[in-house]
Design a protein around this ligand. Structure first.
Ligand SMILES: Nc1ncnc2c1ncn2[C@@H]1O[C@H](COP(=O)(O)OP(=O)(O)OP(=O)(O)O)[C@@H](O)[C@H]1O
Ligand SMILES: [Mg+2]
Length: 228
């Protein structure tokens, strides 16, 4: 049956297919995925290794364009928008290995997206401090380098950095994959608060059944398709 998709929703996949094409073969990583993501919810995308989770969120994030179908953000297709602006202003991506800049301090890491947005330095510094506090990191962390932090602390800096740019959609690929359960729980609590109290749309790829359990909606993928 044909699904009716409402393009005006916050973030929409409309019959999205993505193929990796090399000289010798084509891998259909995402197949005909339709889904509407809304503000205020935490979504978990689960499924076996290789089923297309990372490819799907890369396509939602505008890092890939669909081979077929469309991704719509507030009604505009990623084909027809300025994707650099989309990635800078609307979408925050968080990775398993934190991806902090190793030679920048905690404060400088969190300032970075605001520098791209040309925000005045003084405002940026106060926003950075506020976002770091919101993930439980006080002023004593500001001058440290990422290497001087635990994994959980680094992931929380990555979240603060994601929040500092003002984007309202968080796409996180295995954000708790390198964390022990206590730190994973802290990160999950942060996502829940952002979604439920501040209206963020949080989409998490996870292998962790507990993280999936604590999400509002679980999306199961198999061989590139959504099966639930
Ligand atoms: N750059 C690439 N070139 C060719 N094929 C790729 C590329 N990246 C991923 N694939 C293939 O696309 C399919 C989906 O990969 P994807 O990384 O989206 O899976 P995943 O669900 O995120 O897996 P994992 O849980 O292991 O991270 C896999 O078959 C993979 O081998
Ligand atoms: Mg992956």
């Amino acid at each position: 049956m044909e699904q009716m998709i409402d393009r005006e929703k916050l973030l929409v996949a409309d019959r999205v297919t993505f193929a990796y094409k090399t000289r010798h073969q084509t891998v259909w990583a995402v197949r005909d995925v339709s889904y509407e993501f809304e503000a205020g919810k935490v979504y978990a995308i689960v499924g076996k290794s290789g089923c297309g989770k990372t490819t799907l969120i890369s396509t939602l994030a505008g890092l890939n364009l669909p081979s077929m179908g469309e991704v719509y953000y507030r009604g505009t297709s990623t084909y027809r928008m300025n994707r650099n602006h989309y990635r800078r202003d609307d979408i925050a991506v968080i990775y398993q290995n934190y991806n902090l800049f190793p030679l920048l301090t905690v404060l400088e890491n969190v300032l970075y997206p605001m520098e791209l947005q040309k925000k005045p330095k003084k405002d940026a510094v106060s926003i950075a401090k506020e976002k770091l506090l919101s993930v439980g990191l006080d002023g004593s962390y500001l001058g440290r380098l990422p290497a001087m932090l635990s994994g959980g602390e680094q992931q929380r800096v990555a979240i603060a950095r994601a929040l500092a740019g003002g984007q309202r959609i968080i796409l996180a690929d295995e954000p708790t994959g390198n964390l022990d359960s206590e730190n994973g729980d802290l990160v999950m609590k942060t996502f829940q608060r952002l979604a439920h109290e501040e209206g963020y749309c949080v989409i998490i790829v996870t292998h962790d059944p507990q993280i999936a359990d604590e999400s509002d909606i679980v999306i199961r993928m198999e061989s590139g398709r959504i099966v639930t």
